[in-house]
Write a protein of this length. Sequence first.
Length: 314
Amino acid sequence: MELAKKWYARGSFIFAHFGYSMTEHISVDWILKLDAISGEVIPFQFPFSFTYEGWFDIIGIENGVFCIRYSEDGSPSRLAIWNPLTNRGHSFHDPLQQHCNDCAYLYAFAYFPNTLQYAVLHISNADEDADNLTLSMYTSFTRDWSFQLPCPGFATLLEPRCVSIKGVVYWLSSGEYEENQNPPYIVSFSIVDCTFEQIELPPGSVSHCQSLLVRHGQLCMAANNHDNETFRTDVWQFSQGDRSWTYMYWYRGQGPSYRPFLIVHEDEIQIMERHMGVFGVEHINLTHFDIARYEVATADRKTLQWIEYDENVT
């Protein structure tokens, strides 16, 4: 309990990456660092000097350490591990070495349990004619991409909503589901024993948009269920022991698009929402983000930051 209090006293932070979907504007991306409790904006800057042609993507953050994919001036990209507290980092080869909106999501970042060693995962088609994907892994102790492993048939490319828990990376096969498609599921890969698993989603959740979360070191899934006016998210928690799902609670969001960032406490959730304005009968555009804290037990909602943007910001 005392250790938990000390960790809580250090604070929790939200890092939100805002940028333009138009490639000519990639140099004006920015990072917003917020105190997850108070919403206070805290100064933050990467240790890179970006020119107009530079860009970056955050692959993941774990133990307060960033894994970043970047190019300072439009030259071939590199990957970097960076600790903002010590300002120490290490950069290494990026197998892709190009900028595209989807490339960042082919990577995942995870720490080996109870160590200071980490791994970066990359999943791709090693050969255009190959039926299955190939996983490559860079580790802090080998300092190269020499480890490669054929993926099982159920494995899919990594995607932005992946989470890492105790050396296991989890990601969704799909966030959307149509009747003529196969139901989505969760793929996991353990960097400790290098094994894949397929996890089915809880019943009644496969037809909605999903997000993966972490609560007390356990995998959770949030499924959005909404129409044009009401927004509801249901949260389940996964038990690795008997591979079962337990329904936890639900909460309501606002705006046409929203998703949970993280579960700060047992029943406090950080939410990021997109809101839109209507101009005339046919023209609708998105106008601002709300980053809010939602307490499930009391349904209290506190806006931490209100961020205005134009329709090209993602």
